[in-house]
Design a protein around this ligand. Structure first.
Ligand code: URA
Length: 189
């Protein structure tokens, strides 16, 4: 079944396929440019995202904005979404069953967007989209190609807020992302 963006958003907003629908305030569908060549994927909404319905608007999101500003990216140039669209209580990791219930929405978003690059933000997204054995400390910043799309993972911005010692590595990963954008994207810069 193929949907347009509007239909897909409506379907997602109505979803009751897992228990997170009982505790959410808003479904957090996604945000950014619908013709973007880059898709960023986090794990799931936090408190402020649940309140506003927009991904990455809390402290981690603000820090992500600052990081991406270094390589001249803002939401007019990328799209951003999460593995699960509803907030897990107390910001726990989304359960496998919740991810399974929700992943179809991200797949449909990816199909509509047709990005050249997918950037996983943190371990949960990387394990789901790149490799179930992904280790973020070992594998962040590495590149792999699947189905004509380039994939990489950055440390989650929350992890960088908690642990400043990871920031130099994250900076190198950003520069590597910038180089890949220049290599494979046509209209981002
Ligand atoms: N962390 C995430 O992984 N996603 C958000 O939308 C916000 C914080």
């Amino acid at each position: 079944m193929t949907y347009d963006w509007q239909q897909l958003r409506q379907l997602t907003l109505q979803c009751t396929q897992c228990a997170l629908c009982q505790t959410r305030t808003n479904v957090v569908f996604g945000d950014g440019a619908l013709d973007a060549e880059i898709l960023f994927v986090g794990e799931g909404p936090g408190e402020q995202e649940d309140r506003t319905g927009v991904p990455f608007v809390g402290p981690a999101g603000k820090f992500l904005d600052e990081m991406l500003c270094i390589i001249d990216l803002d939401r007019t140039k990328y799209y951003i979404a999460n593995i699960v669209k509803c907030r897990p209580p107390h910001n726990r990791d989304p359960l496998q069953t919740e991810q399974d219930a929700c992943i179809g929405f991200l797949r449909a978003q990816t199909k509509l967007l047709r990005p050249k690059i997918i950037v996983c933000l943190g371990r949960i997204a990387a394990m789901r989209l790149i490799d179930p054995n992904f280790k973020i400390t070992r594998d962040h910043g590495k590149w792999t190609q699947k189905g004509g799309i380039w994939f990489t993972a950055l440390y989650h911005p929350s992890a960088l807020l908690r642990d400043e010692s990871k920031r130099p590595e994250a900076f190198l990963d950003l520069k590597s992302l910038q180089a890949k954008i220049i290599e494979v994207c046509k209209h981002t810069y």
